[in-house]
Every structure is written in structure tokens, then in C-alpha cells.
Design a protein around this ligand. Sequence first.
Ligand SMILES: CC(C)(COP(=O)(O)OP(=O)(O)OC[C@H]1O[C@@H](n2cnc3c(N)ncnc32)[C@H](O)[C@@H]1OP(=O)(O)O)[C@@H](O)C(=O)NCCC(=O)NCCS
Length: 230
Amino acid sequence: MKESLGWLLQHLEDVPEGDDWLGAGERRVLAALRFAKRRRDWRLGRWTAKRAVMEFLATPGLEPASLEIRAAADGAPEVIQNGVPLPVALSISHSGGCGLCAVAAAPLLLGCDIERLEERGESLVRDYFTPGEVDYCFGASGEIGVLRANLVWSAKESVLKALREGLRRDTRSVEVVAGPDAVGGYRGWKRWTGSCLESGRRFHGWWRAREGYVLTLASDRETFPEEEAA
Ligand SMILES: CC(C)(COP(=O)(O)OP(=O)(O)OC[C@H]1O[C@@H](n2cnc3c(N)ncnc32)[C@H](O)[C@@H]1OP(=O)(O)O)[C@@H](O)C(=O)NCCC(=O)NCCS
């Protein structure tokens, strides 16, 4: 049976104005965030994550305020209900007013990322990508070149989140292999792979372009994206 990977995209306009959908602990975290942009992104991430987890669990009567999305000591998000961690893996990303959350059954290493499709300087590719990724990105120009650079960057971030390390880790320690013309799509998603160059550990990835953004999902077991929630 195909193992399911839930995902949800939300926009700032989807987030309710009040905070009654946040748990008490979450409201304390929010109150401590000093910058308006960070508060906005954090609320968008929490809203997207709660909705994605609720869709994934499909438990009747589940209220958003009963779930708390907490950052573990390493920064990775976890879902708590009544003080008890739920057996779901999740990952959060926000960019330019869009929030993305991926969710799947634990135990699983899971990462997601959303990036606006925009010109990336040549130095980003040269400084942060592996030689193979540099060739892939510089092997195309125009829109395809922009897509490739953003796709590789986003896919890397997804793997680094799945590893729970983020940018604390050298981005060149993970190699992404993908192609905008890759075959084997599933529900609008295309495949990529991420490999940790030292350990040989491999991550399964999906990507799609959407609304001027590229979305990536990564997991250490093969999972299959669900249909988009209505
Ligand atoms: C993880 C990271 C790559 C995300 O970078 P980004 O492109 O700025 O942001 P995104 O919107 O794509 O993702 C942010 C989300 O990543 C998640 N995240 C943060 N640290 C993470 C980690 N170590 N592992 C997995 N996910 C992590 C969080 O859910 C965060 O959103 P939230 O804080 O609103 O809940 C970056 O924040 C990073 O490298 N963090 C690790 C280093 C660090 O300074 N951590 C501070 C917390 S201890």
C-alpha cells in the first residue's frame, strides 16, 4: 500500500484574525516574538500546520486549539495534544505570504520547503551547490534556469529540515538530482532525490511549481502526496 504524504498550502488571507485557534503555550510563544513579520510568518505556519494535521488525522470534532505545534530543541516542529506528542511527522515552510506544511505518519524524517521562483545570484549556486548541481543549474537559461536553481535550493532545504539540522549543516553535503522534465509524475508532483554525500543516505523527493513558487517535499521512506485538500 502507498504510504500517504499530506500537504497543504495556505495564504496569509486564510489565517483567522483572532488567536483563539492557538493553544495557551503557542500564545506565549507568539507574545515573545518581537518582529511583526516573524509573528505573521509564525502564525501562518501554525495555521497551515494545524489544518494539515487535522486533514491528515481526519478525527471528527478535533479543534485547532487542542493541538500545539511546538518547536523541539533543534527547531523542528512537533505536534502535541493534551501534553502528549502525536505520532505524526511534520514540516513547515513560509515564503512571501504562502505557508506549506507536510505531514505523514511517524516515525519518518520529513521536510518541506516553499520558495518564490525568482532569479538567484550566480554566487548562490557557486557557493552553496555541489559541482553536479552547478552543472545542472548552469545547463539551462531563462525560466528553466531560474526554476532549476530554486528547485535545487528548496529541495536541499527540505532534506536539511528532514535531517533536523537546517542550515547548520553544509548545504554541499547533500546532493539533489532532479530535472524539470523528469518523468514519473504523481498527482501533479515530480520526483527528485537527495543524497547525503558522506553517508550515502538517500531521501525521496517530490516537487511542483505552483502560483509562482516551487514546492518540495522530502522523506527518508517513499511516500506519495495526497490529493490537495479542498
Ligand atoms: C530550518 C531553516 C533551514 C529554515 O529556513 P527558512 O528558509 O528561513 O525558513 P522556512 O520558512 O522554509 O522554514 C522555517 C521553518 O522550519 C522549521 N525548522 C526550524 N528549524 C528546523 C530544524 N532544525 N529542522 C527542521 N525544521 C526546522 C520551523 O518549523 C520553521 O518555521 P517556524 O519557526 O515558523 O515554526 C533555518 O531556519 C535553519 O537553518 N535553522 C537551523 C539553525 C537555527 O538557527 N535554528 C534556530 C532554532 S534552534
